[in-house]
Ligand binder design. Sequence first.
Ligand SMILES: Cc1ncc(COP(=O)(O)O)c(C=O)c1O
Length: 391
Amino acid sequence: MTHTHTHAFDLATAADLRRGPDIAAVLDHLVADATATAATSIGYPGAVDLDHTAVMARLGHRLWNNIGDPSDPGGVAHTRVLEQAVIAWVAELVGMPAEDRWGYVTTGGTEGNLSALHAAYRRWPTARIYYSTAAHYSIRKIVDMLATYKVVVRAHPDGQMDYDHLAEQVRKRRRWPAIVVATAGTTMTEAVDDTDRIHAILTEYSMVGHVHVDAALSGIPLALDGALRLDDTSGIGSVAISGHKFFGVPTPCGVVLVRDSVRNPARQPIAYTAATDTTITGSRCGLAAALLWHAIALHGREGHRWRVAEARRVAGYAVERLRAAGWPARRWPHALTVVLPTPPEAVRKKWLLATDGPVSHIICMPGITTGQVDALAADLAAAAIPRPRAR
Ligand SMILES: Cc1ncc(COP(=O)(O)O)c(C=O)c1O
């Protein structure tokens, strides 16, 4: 952001105090800045192929507050009927039994993780919470907020949990219930922890407890593949998914699903809102629920399957192109994330990649084009240190 921009946003400059800021110009600045960097922003997972303006145009002028539980009737203007439809669609997609499901539209993956782990911890108050070193930073924060005992399990360099280490840690703590957080799409490499193996380890040691899946990134793509299931045999008690990632909703949001039987039956009715206090936040964004509903309804299951396939095709193309440019890129077969050695600063200044030390990634979310990949590959080829030819 340039100095001029900062000045334009400053509400307290002398001239502004007399005339007021040029509101349209300030907003236009923001839009222009975001538009200028959009083509090179390929490190963070927001789909850019869906047009949400139909919802923004119709609903954007008033407050839609889904305060309370999605099943609560009445109250201020709300979109709970759409929220219920979103929850039902995702629950059906992951095969969650109709008689044992509950969920709501959250502010994002983090709130979903908090809501699910809070429910699991109330159900198992002496539990140890296990999560891997590749888990999202929200998990550590939530464990801290809940003040639970934590057990950090090693992850392999590719991002997947080390199941032998999990087994070793569980074996030592057999007398306490286990809450295990699996990740479906780790933040850096999009690795997916194998919940069947986790379930098998818990069964082997006759553990009681809960398995939660943080599926912020890959939840919808994997569920569309049939690779993320919360049916009775899965051993999974809850899942959290981000809404602004695969569905590209233009406000942070998400979905959490928890088996109803896990939740504490004592729920507090709140007199003044005539609502039931089952969610983490009180007032909740009804616009987000409407945007999610719209994104789902626009394409349906088949359309979204096509979006996943197309994005994977671009990700596969990116691996080939980056390798051809002298950059050893790799990806999991299911992944939209392409991992590469961190490029020099000149490349990172132009391209908004996500970087963690020696490793960076791009994410080929729906809407990222092969043209963008070509442009990145060209910059990487120019930056590649030529390797000596093998004799
Ligand atoms: C694995 C994982 N979990 C949780 C989150 C948090 O999601 P949100 O930013 O929607 O709270 C992310 C976001 O990148 C993530 O990658």
